[in-house]
Design a protein around this ligand. Structure first.
Ligand SMILES: [Zn+2]
Ligand SMILES: [Zn+2]
Length: 83
């Protein structure tokens, strides 16, 4: 039987007053939504969670995981003279 307010069957639309989000253990630190069953997510060393889809790109992912994207500096061949 479809819901009399949102017309959905078996579940409710997000705006429906009968809508109740499922209990989630983890929340995405990017979009703030709970990470639902069946969704892909990543946890970092700081204990934060994010949906796989909530990364903007490889750099965003790597920096969130604690990696630094470095720029190689000009190689100096005079380093031995620093002593
Ligand atoms: Zn409903
Ligand atoms: Zn998210």
């Amino acid at each position: 039987m479809a819901c009399e307010i949102c017309g959905r069957e078996g579940s409710h639309a997000f705006m429906c007053p009968y809508y109740s989000p499922r209990k989630t253990e983890h929340y995405c630190s990017s979009c703030g939504e709970g990470i639902q069953e069946g969704e892909e997510y990543i946890e970092n060393d700081a204990g934060e969670f994010r949906h796989y889809d909530c990364f903007y790109g490889m750099r965003d992912l790597l920096e969130w995981l604690g990696y630094k994207v470095k720029t190689a500096e000009e190689i100096s061949d005079t380093y031995e003279m620093d002593y």
